[in-house]
Unconditional design. Structure first.
Length: 186
């Protein structure tokens, strides 16, 4: 973990070099939030879970943050953190932490991106073990200043994990499709 943090800090220090206006170069910071739909399911048994689990399909809300920098022309490498939960009282949350890349299509400022990483779930029983997750997205940004853009994107996020600290055998999975509204500093 320590080596991973050193690599990220070295990468960020390189990306802080002077950037030009209205370009995707240098340091990258993105915040996004938006509604969507989700599907959450489980298969298995967890000790003490009587009445605590249910499939949760319906509305969702996603928040994400990305931080990184340009590695190639029009290509940004970033660490992504996303949290996705239902718009109901079920309380199941999915979290994704991973390494991603975003490619900007010039001169229109359309983008496509993806993240691979680790997912984890939080329910009324606590936190699950870590599993596998990914996100793919595409969208468009509009420059509102020399370094800030606002935009919209459509994201698909999926995660899977298992177990609850040895209290049973359960497989959890979730997907969400969200319409995100974002602010990007680049």
């Amino acid at each position: 973990m320590k080596q991973f943090l050193i690599v990220i800090l070295a990468f960020l220090s390189i990306s802080l070099a002077k950037s030009y206006p209205y370009t995707h170069d240098g340091f990258f910071l993105n915040f996004a939030l938006g509604p969507g739909i989700q599907g959450f399911g489980y298969n298995g048994y967890v000790e003490g879970a009587d009445g605590h689990f249910s499939d949760a399909d319906g509305g969702s809300l996603e928040f994400e943050m990305k931080i990184g920098g340009r590695v190639l022309p029009y290509t940004v490498l970033h660490v992504t953190y996303a949290g996705i939960g239902p718009m109901s009282d079920n309380g199941e949350m999915m979290y994704l932490l991973g390494l991603g890349a975003t490619y900007y299509i010039r001169p229109y400022n359309f983008f496509v991106g993806g993240t691979l990483g680790s997912s984890q779930f939080s329910t009324g029983l606590g936190a699950s073990d870590y599993g596998f997750g990914f996100q793919i997205l595409g969208g468009k940004e509009w420059w509102v200043s020399e370094n800030w853009g606002i935009g919209t994107a459509l994201s698909l996020t999926y995660g899977t994990a298992s177990d609850y600290n040895g209290r049973g055998s359960v497989d959890l999975s979730a997907f969400s499709v969200n319409l995100l509204f974002s602010a990007t500093f680049n």
